[in-house]
Design a protein around this ligand. Sequence first.
Ligand code: ACM
Ligand code: ZN
Length: 647
Amino acid sequence: MRIRTYSLIVAAAALCSCSVEEGTVADVIPAPASVELSEGCYSHKPWSDIVYREDSSLGPEAYRLEVGQEGVVIASSDAAGRFYARQTLAMAAGVSEQKLDRRFWKVGFCKVEDSPRFPYRGMMLDVSRHFFGKDFIFKHLDAMAAVKLNRLHLHLTDSEGWRFPSESYPELNRTGAYRDKEPVFGGWTHCEPGTEGAYGGSFTRKDIKEIVEYADARHITVIPEIEMPGHSAEVLAAYPDLRCDSETRSGDLCPGKEETFSLIFSVLDEVMELFPSEYIHIGGDEVTHKSWATCSDCARRIAEEGLESPKDLQGYLVRRVEEYVRSKGRKVIGWDEILGDGLSSDAAVMSWRGVDPGLEAVAQGRRVIMAPGTFCYFDTAQDFPEKERPTFGNYLPINQVYSFDPAAGASDPSLVMGVQANLWTELVDSGDYAEYLLWPRGFALAEVAWSQPSVKDRDDFRRRATALAREMKDRGYGMFDLESELGERLEATEPQDHLAKGAKVYFAEGVKWTDSYAAGGEGALTDGLCGGWAYKDGKWQGFLCDVCFMIDLEEPKPVSSISLLSMQNRVHGIYLPESLKISLSYDGTSFEPVGVLRPQADTEALGAKFFDFSISGGEPTPVRYIVIDARRGPKGGFLFFDEVIVR
Ligand code: ACM
Ligand code: ZN
């Protein structure tokens, strides 16, 4: 239940006379489960007390908050509930939680009953691709706590740099932690610290202890990730003996060598000593398996273990590592590739390749954390990508994050532990920019994670998010400006009606879209559905060849314009056509070329670029057949089209 009486707030504001502005719990993110506002406001002074009560009938992290004539009363059954009540009050009052007791503030009378929808409310920070030190993390933990997020997953290791302090394998923190150049895309190699231009670093044990302690004081669990067996080029740079003997420079550890397990177990011992979290993340994604098929150590292991193929070595490694972690009283989380690896029911899956792996995990009776790229990858632009800095993924607006329901479609919603946003940092080279990508989208994540769907309200959320973004910006956080958001491509927001809608498309021989970017297949280019700013929105059709096709309008129609949008996204190998020729025919026998269009494309540009190939003007011409002939440039790659709009 959520009762709002805004008119009373206005009346109450008029009654309060001191200079501090009155706040209201109606402005809080994430929206509480139940809010009752009433007339009047309480003025807090640094010498007045907040009363705390224990109420064992309340669940974990839940709280009741009452603000009335007599002051503030907070009830909870645990310290987390008390902390979240204080966060609600602090956000309403416009002060930070740490300063709540020491400041003058005013909050309208209210009664709040609140509890989280999900126990796991997370953010992942990749500190490998770019290294973010403890001061950034402290600041980030403050922001997370303010919106009741409670899991910080640190992606501590990846090919670009090892950041976990290991005493047993010290070379990991030397060669493994430094690369000779800062940029990630650009042919770097690992090097020793002190090498000219070297970029990198790692946490010290003291840093980790301080981070864990700081997080714990904010009811946040830090979940460490040690990535394996893929994404491990930095381990192989530090300890080349762990390469397969058929080395292909794949970045995969050799699961045939016993030394690989010695390193993993030893490092995990150190990790479990420093991080008290129930779960330890062991990665498991995007293993190439390239070197395993031709390595004699891998071959021996396959024979000894009776495995069917080199790929099965992944399951072998992950099962062995899980067993080790379980023997220490902990549990593992892995990226969703681990789903087929035969792990115990204790292992949790982090669903990143969409929601389907998560739903499959739940169907198998396994716990899952939803972190699908389509809703939760924050290494994406929050707005029209050409206006933003280049990002690895290309577009994820706040509304899309807000629309996510992590338990939708789950056969047993109780197995959905929660939701997590991931910030990969290949192209994120500063704390300020990391925050810019995290917020205010992180507010939407927080409301998805904490609030019941019945209290979510997109327009009201936007009002609250705009105000909170301003406040956090004033506190020094990098922040995307919601007020200047351009939003999704308008044509992509509803089906477009035009002369070619529904017309048959005939592709030239050998021209076929790729399965990964099918966009509905045969009629995709005339189905009235325009692609948006995201290359993976399911409306862009992708081709790994020159693209020549003919559209048959079935009868001559008066045509005055033809337009066709294409996109470039170099990070994903998508390029604008070098040329695009349009020819028209009345009868299907004689075709008249009406234009050869060439975009001014910078093929080195990292970010997304869009180009509208269009011809228009003059008197409408009767046309039945339209032929489009798009040619790739020297870089090859994908060509992307969404819709041929004919008017
Ligand atoms: C991932 O994004 N490779 C987990
Ligand atoms: Zn091997």
